[in-house]
Design a protein around this ligand. Structure first.
Ligand SMILES: [Zn+2]
Length: 381
């Protein structure tokens, strides 16, 4: 326990130094800033996956998010909107205004203004509020060869703000087929351009892409696994977090089969993940364990709890906790996903627990902050 407190103290101290170095240059230019107080020692986790706004671009006030919802329980947090806007089609739902993609048959479209909205809200915060957030760029179409120009333009317009890109989506059950225009693909060169640029700038990437199609046949290899690995291997210089372990509401962890022949073709999900973690060509890839749907799988049975805890204890550097909450109203809502993981938190070593809840976030996002600020100094006039 003492060791853990010492480690936490060290982590907070390091974070304070790093954060002091990355306060936006606009603020620094005005006057020297007083030392920024570190978040309370009692905080539980850093949120590596958080949406401030929903599918119709409405959400939580950013200052309220930091002061009341994160409060003293969430140490630091990513912050991004949702790049896809649900159309309110009168012809489809009449007077009913849909706020979620499952509530309408009308298409979703890319709403690039989300990045300006997030940046403007961030710039209105006090320095000590800003230092706890890592804003992310999301408002681009990953099937567009020009997407990379949008990302560059956002960095040029709002230097000192963003730490990474994402969560953006390639394959997502129920969502991909609703997006207006060309469907995104893991093999589209537009996506390679995005990941190349992220690697060049140092932007951390949060990528959502289901590992499989919904209702896939049991016994078959997940449809998108090979494409995903090939994509990741093409970008070894880019830090990529694969959101939700590639799972979804109905894209569930595949089950191992009793016969050895079937097991070879369809290994248990943890074996797929373990094979990626131990693959030296994928050492730049992390997994977030965000979304209550993923938490449900993880705690669905005593066996699943054991397996998940064993995986986190064995490879604690490669997993980041996140909520995947969308525009929560209060702290209780924000902590719900964290609490769902309680049976697993209780089985982790103190070291593994600290890394998954906090340490990996600090390592990945602090490194990204430093690199993105350096790129901006060299490239933004
Ligand atoms: Zn998400």
């Amino acid at each position: 326990m003492l060791e853990r407190i010492k480690r936490q103290g060290l982590a907070v101290a390091i974070m304070s130094v790093v954060c002091a170095a990355v306060i936006p240059s606009v603020a620094l230019a005005r006057k020297p800033q007083p030392p920024v107080p570190a978040p309370a020692m009692s905080c539980l986790f850093n949120d590596s996956h958080f949406h401030l706004t929903n599918y119709v671009q409405k959400g939580t006030d950013m200052g309220k998010y930091v002061d009341e919802i994160m409060g003293d329980k969430v140490c630091r947090s990513t912050v991004f909107g949702i790049p896809l806007q649900q159309t309110w089609s009168y012809g489809n739902s009449g007077d009913f205004a849909p706020t979620y993609y499952l509530q309408s048959d009308a298409p979703l479209y890319y709403y690039s203004f989300t990045d300006a909205y997030i940046a403007n809200a961030y710039l209105k915060l006090k320095p000590e509020q800003r230092q706890r957030l890592d804003p992310m760029i999301t408002g681009f179409n990953p099937a567009d060869m020009y997407a990379v120009d949008h990302i560059r333009r956002v960095l040029e317009t709002y230097p000192g703000v963003f730490t990474g890109i994402g969560e953006f989506t390639i394959h997502k059950e129920f969502v991909s087929s609703k997006v207006a225009g060309e469907i995104a693909s893991l093999t589209n060169p537009a996506l390679d351009r995005i990941l190349d640029f992220a690697g060049e700038v140092g932007l951390a990437v949060i990528l959502h892409s289901d590992i499989d199609m919904p209702f896939a046949k049991a016994g078959a290899e997940p449809v998108f696994l090979k494409q995903m690995k090939d994509l990741l291997r093409r970008h070894p210089q880019t830090t990529i977090i694969w959101a939700h372990l590639g799972l979804g509401r109905v894209v569930h962890p595949v089950q191992g089969q009793a016969t050895s022949d079937a097991a070879e073709r369809n290994p248990a999900y943890r074996e797929l993940v373990e094979a990626m973690i131990t693959d030296p060509t994928l050492s730049h890839v992390y997994f977030d364990i965000s979304w209550d749907e993923v938490a449900k799988y993880a705690v669905s049975s005593p066996e699943s709890i054991e397996n998940t805890a064993a995986m986190l204890n064995k490879y604690p550097e490669r997993f980041l906790f996140g909520t995947d909450n969308v525009a929560p109203n209060d702290q209780a809502t924000q902590l719900r996903v964290y609490d769902m993981w309680a049976p697993i938190w209780g089985k982790l070593t103190p070291e593994a627990s600290l890394k998954v809840r906090r340490g990996n976030y600090e390592r990945v996002f602090d490194a990204a902050r430093v690199r993105v600020r350096a790129w901006e100094r060299a490239n933004v006039k």
